[in-house]
Design a protein around this ligand. Sequence first.
Ligand SMILES: Cc1cc2nc3c(=O)[nH]c(=O)nc-3n(C[C@H](O)[C@H](O)[C@H](O)COP(=O)(O)OP(=O)(O)OC[C@H]3O[C@@H](n4cnc5c(N)ncnc54)[C@H](O)[C@@H]3O)c2cc1C
Length: 430
Amino acid sequence: MSSAFADIAFTPNVKAMQTRMGSRQAYRAAEHEPPEEPALGPYEIAFIAARDSFYQGTVSETGWPYVQHRGGPAGFLKVLDARTLGYADFSGNRQYVSVGNLVGDDRVSLFLMDYPNQTRLKILGRARLIDEDSAPELLARLETPDYRARVERGVIIHIEGFDWNCPKYITPRYAESQVVQRIKEATAALTAQTPAPQLPATEVLGHGELALTISGVRQLTPRIRAYTLRADDWADLPPAKAGAHLAVPVRRPDGAVVIRQYSLAGDPGRRDAYEVAVLRQYEGGGAQAIHDTWQLGTRLRVALPINHFLLHGDSRPAVLIAGGIGITPIKAMAQTLGRRHVAFELHYTARTPIDMAYREQLAGDFPGRCFTYYSRQPGQPRLDVAELLRRAAGDAVIYVCGPRPLIAAVRSAASHLGMAPERVQYESFS
Ligand SMILES: Cc1cc2nc3c(=O)[nH]c(=O)nc-3n(C[C@H](O)[C@H](O)[C@H](O)COP(=O)(O)OP(=O)(O)OC[C@H]3O[C@@H](n4cnc5c(N)ncnc54)[C@H](O)[C@@H]3O)c2cc1C
């Protein structure tokens, strides 16, 4: 512990308590260190740059402490020099408790957590507020490129002391992006260890009129893999409307060739390639065989796409509801409706964000129209089908694809609301 930190934190009352509890002797040494500048070193600077949140304590003029959680893109708390930190204050709930406190008392206590590595850094300092008028250049240094929130002011913190804490009682927790990264690393390690069983290069499965080659493979979630299929000669493929599926031949591990259906999940506006996304499910099943054997260059002969889940052709609005892997035809529908400028909402539910194929793409392509729900994520919104249908426009057409209970819930809610059955279109994968 630095003497600067101990000088501030170890008040007479704190020292008296340490004496009573028998820890005074151990901490006295820190106070007898020669006074030193509380300057951040390379380790602290790297640690601060990696944080995407911290806690900040301030003191009100009535003496109450107030702790605020601050979050932003990693590195939003900037190290301006070895004794100065700063961050941009984005417009938030407009209570202004922290900044109000800083007007009366400039002392702050920052608490920076690294949960996965069970490490924390405590910083004591004095803060001052700047804005566009008082310090435009300094404010510009606090901005984070590509982060769109509006900057109201900057907070500049002069460091008076800091201290690292022991890892005891910190439960390792991981951000979603860290979980995804770890799964990627584990998957890559597994793939490197286990050579995938391959179809003989000369084998062409199936006898359909379309000759297709796999030209792309992407891992969308830990259990869902997308395959791009092109014509063998890379010519345009037959057009396929949203809701269509391919019936593909699959050789199971027991040698039997079976047919399995997969909805076309690619943009129906594209003629150069089809895309299917396959959820790996049961041991020994066709989906598992696809994951284990389909690779770049695998050749298939399949029948022309079939469509039992067609979109309406007029301008009535649509409500699209997808559960889990049921997103595949629904995604193509959203892309078609978007291109036709027909009003729609997309409601997408899955167990957790990690289970959601195309989640980021859909959120980016349809801002304000794509809503996500999680059934196994405590504290996150869950899909309320009855409420959704109650709010739907009087002429909206409802499309649902997903697990049987979801389809049943939508049909039952529609029936209770007296919707004509033809206004609810659905496709079940099983
Ligand atoms: C029109 C249509 C479109 C489809 N689109 C897609 C898509 O885009 N993506 C996708 O991933 N799938 C899609 N499917 C589902 C797909 O066709 C397969 O049914 C799925 O991949 C499972 O096949 P499988 O051979 O692995 O399982 P199978 O071995 O064929 O199992 C079939 C059924 O048996 C039962 N079953 C088997 N093993 C178990 C077990 N261990 N525990 C519990 N139940 C079990 C399940 O009810 C399962 O549905 C679609 C289906 C249809 C009809």
